[in-house]
Design a protein around this ligand. Structure first.
Ligand code: PLP
Length: 440
């Protein structure tokens, strides 16, 4: 019988972690792993940082927990001001939570309550992309477009109008511009058919994460979705749970495109793996309307507690102090070049795409037709297992939108240096050589 009472996933027993420093972890058997995916794209500053530990210990010595309606706490106010500053004051209000799913839930509820408060209660529906991942709680799952996760729960989630986003790898349109035009025309038609006056918000990830293997949406598409939301009078929620706090080389991914959301959800990298913390950033007038109607009917016990906020503040300050965003740009170029070289060498690497230190590698059975591997072969799991044997952690997924297949993410800590980036690529290459031998 399995001695562990934990039931996170089926599959072989996991190695027991011993300790971690920088971009490396070690298990109890003494094996070393290069953290090529920052855990779940969350340990963005690497492991075992004394500055974050010191900030956490200092806060623990003062006060670890206070409830948000009983006390103001200085780290929460300072962190909120810092986050607003990172948006260049484009989003002026902040609501803290403890996870990405909670951040998305909060954004959906805030959008809905805003329309109730402003006399448009019929706006209760959401639009989202398929495929997409917005979290596993029922609200966030309702807007998620990821079949295996949705299937058991479709009858009991809020659901959303799911539309396709651009797919610059697989589309069969004459060129990318026409592809975006077609996708937008379909989206507009779907929203019109659903009655735009019933739509509260459009939610999307500005750069795809785990559900699409870092599929890019691009400037033109994002600009036009912003315009469509304005035309139809609904809000634009950007899910930057994965892309926020530096992952793509800017504080938030939307800043590459100059397309400003009305609400933004962020989490993962905000606590950088040291403490669970997330946030919703919002336009002031949205929050004022909601607060004027009696307050936001929402909240979680641990939201914005002093320890969470002191940790996240230390994370933001470390990114600023150490020029981490410049490192993301430099290492991102090296990673892109290395992954492109591997793509040129192995025919089964169909596509390499990404931004900053968020890279997706899509595997295909046939690079001409772009046909995916048969699902039952579980190739994404196999290449991940081989990488782990070579001492490298990567983040695997299968894109289940009916077309695309296996992919993995390469998303090392934003602080990785050039030598460890080269080491990451060397370990990945060894895993890919072994994967290639198994295929032939
Ligand atoms: N949104 C996106 C884009 C994510 O990638 C994730 C997690 O992977 C979530 C939401 C949910 O975050 P959490 O797992 O912290 O609830």
């Amino acid at each position: 019988m399995d001695p562990s009472p934990l039931f996170y996933q089926a599959g072989p027993a996991l190695p027991e972690v011993s300790h971690a420093r920088g971009v490396y972890l070690w298990d109890e058997a003494g094996r070393e792993y290069l953290d090529g995916c920052s855990g779940a794209i969350s340990c963005n500053l690497g492991h075992g940082r004394p500055d974050i530990r010191d900030a956490m210990l200092a806060q623990l010595d003062r006060v670890a927990f206070t409830y948000r309606t009983q006390f103001e706490n200085a780290p929460a106010v300072a962190l909120a001001k810092a986050l607003v500053g990172l948006t260049h004051d484009q989003l002026q209000k902040v609501f803290f939570v403890s996870s990405g799913s909670e951040a998305v839930e909060s954004a959906l509820k805030l959008a809905r309550q805003y329309f109730v408060a402003s006399g448009e209660p019929e706006r209760r529906r959401f639009v989202s992309l398929r495929p997409s991942y917005h979290g596993s709680t029922l609200g966030a799952l309702g807007v998620t477009g990821y079949q295996p996760l949705e299937a058991p729960f479709t009858d009991i989630t809020i659901g959303s109008l799911k539309v396709a986003g651009p797919d610059f790898y697989r589309h069969a349109d004459a060129d990318d511009t026409l592809h975006v035009e077609r996708i937008l025309a379909e989206t507009r038609a779907a929203m019109e058919a659903a009655d735009p006056d019933t739509i509260a918000a459009f939610i999307l990830e500005p750069v795809g994460g785990a559900s699409t293997g870092a599929r890019m949406l691009g400037q033109a598409y994002l600009e036009r979705i912003r315009a469509l939301c304005d035309e139809f009078g609904c809000l634009l929620i950007l899910d930057e749970v994965l892309t926020g706090v530096g992952r793509t080389g800017t504080w938030f991914a939307y800043q590459h495109y100059g397309v400003t959301p009305d609400l933004l959800a962020t989490a993962k990298g905000l606590g950088a793996g040291y403490y669970p913390v997330g946030a919703v950033l919002a336009r002031a007038d949205i929050v004022e309307a909601v607060m004027g109607s009696g307050g936001f009917q929402h909240g979680h016990t641990y939201a914005g507690n002093p320890l969470a906020c002191a940790t996240a503040l230390a994370v933001v300050e470390a990114i600023q102090r150490e020029g981490v965003l410049s490192n993301v740009a430099a290492r991102g170029c090296e990673l892109e070049a290395g992954l492109e070289a591997l793509k040129a060498r192995f025919a089964w690497v169909g596509d390499v795409r990404g931004l900053g230190l968020l890279w997706g590698v899509e595997l295909v059975a046939d690079s001409d037709t772009k046909a995916p591997f048969p699902a039952e072969q579980n190739r994404f799991a196999r290449i991940t297992a081989l990488a782990k044997e070579e001492g490298l952690l990567i983040y695997p997924r299968r894109t289940l939108d009916g077309v695309a297949g296996d992919h993995f993410l390469v998303t090392p800590p934003l602080t990785i240096d050039a030598a460890d980036t080269a080491e990451l690529l060397a370990r990945l290459e060894r895993a890919m050589v072994r994967f290639d031998h198994e295929l032939s």
